[in-house]
Ligand binder design. Structure first.
Ligand SMILES: Cc1cc2nc3c(=O)[nH]c(=O)nc-3n(C[C@H](O)[C@H](O)[C@H](O)COP(=O)(O)OP(=O)(O)OC[C@H]3O[C@@H](n4cnc5c(N)ncnc54)[C@H](O)[C@@H]3O)c2cc1C
Length: 456
């Protein structure tokens, strides 16, 4: 009898694992059944803001592989609208609720892949039955929001609560659809993934686009009229609205895992080893937004819910389940986001994180341009570097700029991953031609300034 792999969660991590396992083991050797409670598999949640804004016209463009493709091309038995509601590690069975038919069945597994993603944070005030309040975690959530935006009466005003990258992307998407948008952030600045001095540039750009940004403001409740949300009540007054988007961050989706006794780490994510095996539980694997991982710079466990990690971790798990050998080496916190025409990139530690991890450091900021100053289209770019004192090792980098900024963070991420010092970086052989960079690339200028700061 073929070994049986059950996958919980049919998106990035789960289906990457399933596909990799299948590449290495045929259908006679490994039966794969994937349960997904939503209506889609292998979709890009990252693309939802661009579908909401209208830049991406068709929802199907966000689906990389449909259940049919998984079934016909990979021999993976995908069951949509099936929610796993229990895991029995002793009997090696999962309890599955068929959301369309209403029945509950038990399914046997030899190997289990847990890839249930994350759940949006929802404080008490957000738990309402009023229509018009949306999260944007899954493509089903995105579809519900699109339905609301297209329905009659069309909403004209929106409030986005939370200024993380999802809140910021959604604010932009709604402005592009012609809505009047207020973004509420309880911190000092939106985009707290970069230092406040860099986040200020983002705030200014968003205000320039017409987003009403209110910082230092806490939501206390939502008001409704005729079953629809009509007002966001805050500690600084009320804001009338036709729509509320919740962008308050996410937590690892581990309720089922915890109930089954899978180990959770200090961040709340499932504890896995470098091969994505759940620590101390034979035959059980986990990957993606539900796990915690190691930050290579701070050495601390972190929960970084990003698609780039989910895909890589799922692939690692799948290779190992398939009998190969692969490891996931941890993260360094690299992320990019587009806010209007502004590009924001970050890698490594922010100042606060570097301090908490116990590093002594210097930080420098340089203003430069994306291309040679005389070349048409040259735009401003701000680069910040954080370097350990006295070693000069790069600990973190942030870039905010109008064009060609975001992907420059990758140069810094490679330097950081390889533990380069800012001194080493000044000698990097980076490409130069006027349409692409000034003769001294902004990355090199920042490295030189950091070397000077370390010498003082
Ligand atoms: C709006 C938005 C924009 C984003 N942009 C970016 C970006 O630009 N770059 C980036 O790197 N990342 C981005 N991300 C994050 C990225 O989408 C996630 O990190 C990635 O999807 C995580 O993959 P996953 O497979 O771990 O979890 P998910 O994609 O959340 O998949 C988990 C799946 O499990 C299903 N599920 C959960 N519980 C059960 C159960 N009990 N039974 C059956 N099925 C279950 C869910 O329905 C879901 O489909 C974005 C996310 C969002 C929401």
């Amino acid at each position: 009898m073929a070994e049986r792999l059950i996958v919980i969660g049919g998106d990035a991590a789960g289906m990457s694992a399933a596909a990799q396992a299948r590449r290495r083991r045929g259908t006679d050797d490994l039966e794969i059944v994937a349960f997904e409670r939503g209506h889609f598999t292998s979709y890009s949640a990252c693309g939802i803001p661009y579908w909401i804004s209208g830049l991406v016209t068709d929802r199907e463009q966000l689906v990389t592989r449909s259940p049919r493709t998984h079934r016909e091309d990979f021999g993976i038995d995908v069951r949509l609208r099936h929610e796993v509601v229990g895991i029995d590690l002793v009997r090696r069975e999962v309890v599955v609720h068929d959301l369309s038919g209403g029945v509950e069945v038990r399914e046997r597994f030899d190997t289990l892949m847990y890839a249930a993603g994350a759940v949006p944070k929802k404080p008490a005030w957000a738990r309402t039955d009023a229509a018009g309040v949306f999260g944007v975690q899954t493509l089903d959530d995105g579809s519900a929001l699109r339905g609301w935006l297209d329905a009659d009466p069309q909403p004209r005003r929106a409030v986005v609560v939370g200024g993380g990258y999802i809140g910021v992307e959604m604010a932009e998407a709604l402005v592009r659809r012609g809505l009047s948008v207020t973004l509420i952030e309880r911190g000092e600045q939106p985009m707290s993934t970069v230092d406040p001095d860099m986040a200020r540039l983002v705030t200014a750009a968003m205000r320039g686009l017409g987003v009403d940004i209110r910082t230092g403001v806490q939501v206390t409740s939502l008001s409704e009229r005729d079953g629809r949300v009509c007002e966001v009540v805050t500690d600084h007054g009320s804001i009338p609205t036709d729509l509320v988007i919740l962008g308050l961050g996410v937590s690892p989706n581990t309720e089922l895992a915890a109930a089954a006794g899978l180990p959770l780490g200090p961040t709340g994510g499932i504890r896995v080893d470098r091969r994505m095996r759940v620590s101390g539980v034979p035959g059980v694997w986990a990957a993606g937004d539900c796990v915690e991982t190691l930050h290579k710079v701070s050495g601390l466990p972190v929960h970084v819910p990003l698609g780039t990690h989910a895909n890589k971790q799922g692939r690692v798990a799948g290779i190992n389940i398939g009998g190969g050998y692969a490891t996931f080496g941890g993260v360094i916190g690299t992320a990019v986001v587009k806010v209007c025409d502004l590009e924001v990139g970050r890698t490594g530690l922010r100042e606060r994180e570097a301090r908490m991890a116990g590093f002594e450091f210097v930080s420098v900021i340089v203003e430069s341009t994306s291309r040679a100053g005389y070349y048409p289209g040259a735009r401003q770019m701000t680069v910040k570097l954080i370097a350990e004192r006295p070693s000069g090792r790069l600990l973190g980098a942030q870039i905010v700029g109008w064009s060609e900024a975001a992907k420059r963070i990758d140069t810094l991420a490679v330097a950081l991953w390889n533990e380069m010092t800012v001194d080493d970086m000044t000698a990097l052989d980076l490409g130069y031609a006027p349409p692409y960079a000034p003769v001294w690339d902004p990355v090199l200028v920042a490295a030189r300034k950091a070397v000077d700061a370390l010498a003082r």
